[in-house]
Design a protein around this ligand. Structure first.
Ligand code: F1P
Length: 351
C-alpha cells in the first residue's frame, strides 16, 4: 500500500515534469553513460525480474544491447566482459552474497563502470559501485519483495532514459515517458482500490496445487514476478511462461485444475496474447486476466477479466505487477500461511 508514495519518492529530485535530471544520478553520470555499448545486469530473485523488465526498456529506448543473468550463475561461469560494458547490479539489500561476488569477479575482468540500484544506503553494493541510484522504498518488513520491486523499476526507467539520451532518444519521446511515469503512483492507487475484487478472485486458488502465469514482451518478467510471489507466500506451485511458448510444452499441463493468470495491457502484442488465451480455454483451463479496457478481452465462461486502468506501454510493467502481488497476498491469507515470513526464506541471502 505504500507503493504510490515510495514510487513518487524514488522519482523525486531525479525528474522534472518532462526530463530526467541526469546530474541527480551523480556528478559522474554523464561521463559514465557516454559510449556505453552493452549493459550487463546481474541480480537475484525479484531484483532479477526487475532487470529482465529493464532489458526491454534499454534495448527499445536506448538501443543498447543488454544481457541479464542471475548472479548465482554469472559468478560461476567463465565470461567475457567488454570494456564498454556498464555493469548493473540490482539488489534491495545491497548485501546479497551472489550479487556482490558477481560484481567483484566482473571487476577483475574489467568494464566501463558499475551502477547499483539499491535500497540500503551504505550497503556493500553501494560502497563498491561507481554510480548509485537509491530506491526510496524504505524498510521492507516482508521477506517477499513488493515495493522494492516497483521502485527498482522506477529507478531503472529513469536510468534507461538517461542512457537513451546519450544514444539519441528524441526529447519528445523522453517527455512522453516521463509524463507517463508521473501518472504511475495514481494508477497504482487505482489498482490497490481493486483489493476487494481481487480478494474475491483469490478464492478460486484456494484448493489448487499448481498455476501458470503468462505474459508477453516486458510483461513476461511481470508474469515471472507474479509466479514468484505466489510460490513464496502461498506455497502454490507457479510457473511463468512467455505466452508464445505455451504451445512448446506447458499447454500439456492445462486442464480445469490449472488456473492461468495473465496480464494484458493494451499494446501491440495483445492480439497475439488473446489467441494464446483461446488456446488455454479450448483445453478447459480457467483464465484470470488483468486487462486494459481498450485491450477488449471479453469475460466469458472460463475467462475472468479484471479491468486495469489504461497505462502507457512502457510503464505498464510497474502498474501490472501490483494486482499480482495482491492476488498472492489474498491467496496466502486464505490459506493461512505467514505472509511476512514464508517458510525456508530469508530477507537477505548473505552467504
Ligand atoms: C534478492 C532476493 C529477494 C527475495 C528474498 C531473497 O535480494 O532474492 O528478491 O525477495 O528476500 O533475496 P536483494 O539482492 O534484492 O536484496
Amino acid at each position: 500500500y505504500e507503493q504510490p508514495k515510495v514510487i513518487k519518492a524514488t522519482m523525486e529530485g531525479r525528474v522534472t515534469k518532462t526530463r530526467v535530471l541526469e546530474q541527480a544520478l551523480g556528478t559522474e553520470a554523464a561521463n559514465l553513460l557516454e559510449n556505453v555499448r552493452h549493459v550487463q545486469i546481474i541480480a537475484c530473485g525479484t531484483s532479477y525480474h526487475a532487470g529482465m523488465v529493464a532489458r526491454y526498456w534499454i534495448e527499445e529506448l536506448a538501443g543498447v544491447a543488454c544481457s541479464v543473468e542471475v548472479a548465482s550463475e554469472f559468478r560461476y561461469r567463465k565470461h567475457v566482459i567488454q570494456q564498454d560494458t556498464l555493469f548493473l547490479c540490482i539488489s534491495q539489500s545491497g548485501e546479497t552474497a551472489d550479487t556482490l561476488a558477481a560484481l567483484r569477479q566482473a571487476k577483475k575482468a574489467g568494464f566501463r563502470a558499475a551502477l547499483a540500484i539499491c535500497n540500503v544506503p551504505g550497503s556493500s553494493l553501494v560502497r563498491e559501485s561507481d554510480l548509485v541510484i537509491m530506491t526510496q522504498a524504505g524498510p521492507e518488513i516482508g521477506v517477499a519483495s513488493t515495493k522494492a520491486f516497483t521502485t527498482q523499476l522506477t529507478a531503472l526507467l529513469i536510468f534507461t532514459l538517461a542512457l537513451a539520451r546519450h544514444n539519441g532518444l528524441p526529447e519528445e519521446q523522453e517527455a512522453e515517458i516521463i509524463e507517463a511515469l508521473h501518472l504511475v503512483p495514481g494508477q497504482v492507487s487505482d489498482v490497490l482500490a481493486l483489493d476487494g475484487e481481487i480478494a474475491e478472485m483469490s478464492k478460486a486458488f484456494m484448493d489448487k496445487n499448481h498455476s501458470l502465469f503468462l505474459g508477453r514482451g516486458s510483461q513476461f518478467p511481470v508474469a515471472l514476478e507474479g509466479a514468484l510471489k505466489l510460490k513464496e507466500i502461498s506455497y502454490i506451485h507457479a510457473e511463468a511462461y512467455p505466452a508464445g511458448e505455451l504451445k512448446h510444452g506447458p499447454l500439456a499441463l492445462v486442464d480445469s485444475e490449472m488456473p492461468v493468470v495473465t496480464v494484458a495491457p493494451n499494446n501491440d502484442l495483445v492480439e497475439k496474447l488473446k489467441s494464446n488465451l483461446e488456446e488455454v480455454r479450448a483445453r478447459g483451463g480457467e483464465l484470470f486476466v488483468f486487462a486494459d479496457r481498450k485491450a477488449d478481452v471479453k469475460a466469458e465462461d472460463g475467462i475472468h477479466v479484471m479491468q486495469i486502468p489504461s497505462v502507457h506501454p512502457i510503464t505498464a510493467p510497474i502498474v501490472y505487477t501490483v494486482p499480482l502481488q495482491l492476488l498472492s497476498y489474498h491467496v496466502a491469507v486464505l490459506k493461512g500461511t505467514d505472509v511476512d515470513q514464508p517458510r525456508n526464506l530469508a530477507k537477505s541471502v548473505t552467504v
